[in-house]
Design a protein around this ligand. Structure first.
Ligand code: ADP
Ligand code: MG
Length: 278
């Protein structure tokens, strides 16, 4: 028996299974006392090791996917957002859209949970073993522009196409330069029908010409991003402002639906490289 246990210890070291090693003595004792069967003992050792590894894998993956702070569907208060169909979101969480390389759009005013839901679906995908990457549109375009300057655009696009789910957050908040729109188009084109995407935006599709500063690129983008697409429109109040509703003017609180384009007033910082968006 001692010899056998030594051999098991040697194998656990060789296989790099420290958690099973820790659990070994206790598990053997339980078996000897007749508390568990041999099969249960094997299960206990392997389950301990597997659970530890999964936790670590998910931890690392959530960090490299840029999905922190973590959001889940369980922590989403659907009663606050009655326009949202809970069943529809639950169906998305089954991740068939990832397997089918489809595009999910979350549209709605600020604070309605678009990023929360996108992140929660990303977290579900990470847990199921998929590679995920999340970035805001501005971050994504900055990274692509930097790669282009360094002559590494193709590598960068390959990096972003490797993820089976790419989440592009915050489309529409900051104006995009024409160069930026072209870079994003190249990425979308590279992923088209190969990998799933989730996009979040506070602007309707009719406004994309304005968002991307170029109606031709916007049309080409939408052509790809609306073919095999699911559009989830959220029409509700901001969760961020829920406890301050009395301080907010009525016209802001009402959260006019997305469809009518807002006056062509630019907010945020001006485009980085010049007048494409004037
Ligand atoms: P959006 O991306 O639409 O602007 P967020 O998803 O970032 O909004 O939501 C803003 C904040 O409010 C986040 O911290 C998010 O977790 C939280 N939040 C939004 N909607 C809900 C909800 N229905 N239930 C719970 N938390 C919510
Ligand atoms: Mg957001």
């Amino acid at each position: 028996m001692t010899e056998l246990l030594d051999r098991i210890r040697g194998a656990l070291v060789g296989l790099k299974m420290p958690r099973a090693m820790e659990a070994l003595d206790h598990t053997v004792q339980r078996f000897e006392k007749g508390e568990i069967t041999a099969i249960e003992a094997i299960d206990a050792l392997l389950s301990e090791e597997y659970a530890t590894r999964e936790t670590r894998r998910i931890d690392v993956a959530l960090r490299t996917s840029k999905l922190l702070p973590i959001k889940t569907l369980e922590s989403f208060d659907f009663s606050f957002q009655p326009s949202l169909d809970r069943e529809r979101i639950a169906a998305l969480a089954q991740l068939d859209f990832v397997r089918r390389a489809e595009v999910v759009h979350f549209l709605g005013p600020p604070g309605t949970g678009k990023s929360h839901l996108a992140t929660a679906l990303g977290v579900a995908a990470v847990k199921s073993g998929r590679q995920v990457y999340r970035a805001s549109l501005a971050e994504l375009i900055d990274a692509l522009a930097k790669a282009e300057r360094q002559g590494q655009l193709a590598e960068k696009i390959r990096f972003y196409t490797r993820a089976s789910l790419l989440i592009v957050d915050e489309i529409g908040y900051l104006p995009i330069s024409q160069g930026g729109a072209n870079l994003f188009f190249q990425l979308v084109n590279a992923r088209y029908e190969k990998g799933a995407m989730i996009l979040t935006s506070n602007r309707g599709f009719a406004e994309w010409g304005e968002v991307f500063g170029d109606p031709v690129v916007a049309t080409a983008l939408l052509d790809r991003l609306l073919h095999h697409a699911v559009v989830v429109q959220i029409e509700g109040a901001s969760y961020r402002l829920r406890s301050h509703a009395d301080l907010i003017p009525e016209h802001v609180r009402a959260n006019a639906p997305i469809a009518p384009p807002p006056p062509p007033k630019r907010r945020g910082r001006p485009p980085k490289n010049g007048a494409a968006n004037s």
